[in-house]
Design a protein around this ligand. Structure first.
Ligand code: ADP
Length: 250
């Protein structure tokens, strides 16, 4: 057993596009309950890495395990999602015509593990679960509001709630605070800090202030040219000469 209880284990991943290595010997593992931040300049390979984890892109070589037994490089995108890897893309994709509550209800009913139909009435346990998520995502006072009328930040929180309701074992968030106001960004940092330890989460983000807020107790991985340049606490990676060189071009 080489995975040491990791929820995600990437070893020597290479992704070549016509000979160009977008991912070049990437090694990375995420522990159960960890909140890991991934940073790196444009073109570092962050999106390609998430595409490999979610089965959207097949690696040219290397190993990707989810839990102890699931080889992600042999699974379809749909099977990986059903196995419990949830991804939130940068742009929010909520059901604009439906209320906040209905969005969470729909997400719950679309969950393959839940034996229900679209028009079935929610039981009290399901209603309680939605209420708890509404509080967590700071939308408990907006539950009857049409989702299309929410602010950009509120839509992002709603989508995080729609992911959480399906209880994925690993959550991938792609630039969750892009386009948010400072106040919304601060609340998103609070929200993610509340999720720490309860969910395994990988956050790709450019906003360094935000990363500093959520990385206080966790690890940051810096990607560069398709592999890990540095990994450690925010203080450690910020002081790393190679990281400074990549970001400042010195
Ligand atoms: P990031 O998300 O860190 O900005 P990407 O994973 O999007 O980086 O891209 C990594 C590198 O791979 C970039 O140089 C990009 O141009 C290249 N790349 C990504 N996808 C493709 C593709 N489908 N075909 C060719 N090159 C690609």
């Amino acid at each position: 057993d080489t995975t040491h209880g990791a929820i995600l284990y990437l070893e020597d991943i290479v992704v070549s596009f016509d000979g160009f290595k977008a991912i070049n010997n990437l090694n990375l593992d995420i522990s159960v309950g960890e909140l890991r931040c991934i940073i790196g300049p444009n073109g570092a390979g962050k999106t390609t890495m998430m595409d490999v984890i979610t089965g959207k892109t097949r690696p040219t070589s290397g190993t990707a395990f989810f839990g102890q037994t699931m080889d992600l490089t042999r699974m379809s995108e749909v099977d990986i999602a059903h196995a419990g890897i949830g991804r939130k893309f940068q742009r929010p994709t909520v059901f604009e015509q439906h209320s906040v509550f209905e969005n969470l209800e729909l997400a719950m009913k679309m969950d393959k593990r839940v034996k229900t139909t679209l028009f079935a009435r929610l039981n009290s346990e399901q209603k309680d679960k939605i209420a708890a998520i509404l509080q967590l995502i700071r939308l408990d006072e907006q539950e009857q509001r049409q989702a299309g009328l929410l602010s950009h930040g509120q839509k992002q929180w709603l989508e995080i709630g729609m992911l959480l309701i399906q209880e994925p074992q690993l959550i991938l968030l792609d630039e969750p605070v892009a386009g948010m106001s400072d106040a919304e960004t601060a609340r998103t940092a609070e929200l993610l800090n509340e999720l720490r330890g309860k969910h395994s989460i990988m956050v790709v983000e450019h906003d360094m202030g935000f990363v500093t807020e959520i990385a206080q107790q966790g690890k940051v991985t810096v990607l560069h040219e398709g592999s890990v340049l540095a990994e450690g606490t925010m203080a450690q990676v910020q002081a790393d000469d190679r990281v400074i060189e990549v970001y400042l071009g010195r």
